[in-house]
Design a protein around this ligand. Sequence first.
Ligand SMILES: [Zn+2]
Ligand SMILES: [Zn+2]
Length: 346
Amino acid sequence: MTENQSQYRFDLLQKRWVIIASERGKRPNDFQVPKEPAESDGFCPFCPGHEDKTPAEILSIPAMPGRTNPSRWQVRVVPNKFPALRVEGQPVREADGIYDRILGVGAHEVVIETPQHHSPMAERDIEETFLLLKVYRERIRDLMNDRRLKYILVFKNHGSSAGATLHHPHSQIMATTVTPRIVSTELTSCREHHQVKERCLICDLIKQETTDRDRIICIDDRYIAFCPYASRFPFEAFIAPRFHQHDYVNASDDDLRLLASTLRDVLWRLKLALDDPPYNFVLHSSPNTRVIPRRAHYWDTIEFDFHWHIELLPRLTRVAGFEWGTGFYINPTPPEEAARFLRQIS
Ligand SMILES: [Zn+2]
Ligand SMILES: [Zn+2]
């Protein structure tokens, strides 16, 4: 194991992997109380004209014709300058006494969503968001060609208290050689539901929500956004196709354009209702089925039992001792009330 590469280490008590990212090499002095994102110093590495301040581009989408645009690109994807994981090496699981560890192989990319420094996703037009959703699809598809990578997560941190360290709108893509525990819990729940009922759990959830209706934020023919029955956070939203689809990569252009409209709708309502709250969103798509499964029948029903979705988590409450100690969340806003409030925003 090279000195500078990070490692996955397995937590035997909690049955989860942790990434020990030595390369980011922080000393105690480097940890300070969170500040506002570093726009105060006026320099933004993601703004047009500063392209040489990021690592070499993985993908660049040219500027959309007929629009005022400060650059020749509309979306750029670059490797993270401080990656928690690196693409080099073989992810072999090895014993370390009683412990297990794996070389920190993976991918860590940054998606610069727009050349405009002050253009939050909630305020962008549908075509721009559509382009971004297509970039996510393209990057996931490409990363899935790497058979070492078991899971590819697209996520976004908006606002410093949601973890954004730069103000310029960006999202991130993390590809890991182990399946994250939260994803694997979802996969197991979906597979078990399918084994018993021969139906997709998330299709069933959506059917229940369209029957109950009181947790729906917005709905059209193809997509639904609702506050989950057991929302962990106030105004949490779950966005999914109303038709069964296990893998985001299979979404058509027409569908992604509608998804862009739903996503923007939800973000716009949250912005108006809660005065531009910090939030995280995560895209939970199918795991990479091209990875050689080590367990029998591992992906047999994935196409039928899993259903991709986006989880949007406004960060209005702080996760504190009780949550860390128990895994419980205390949500002071019933999802029915949150949804009613968001529905009323026009
Ligand atoms: Zn910028
Ligand atoms: Zn389904």
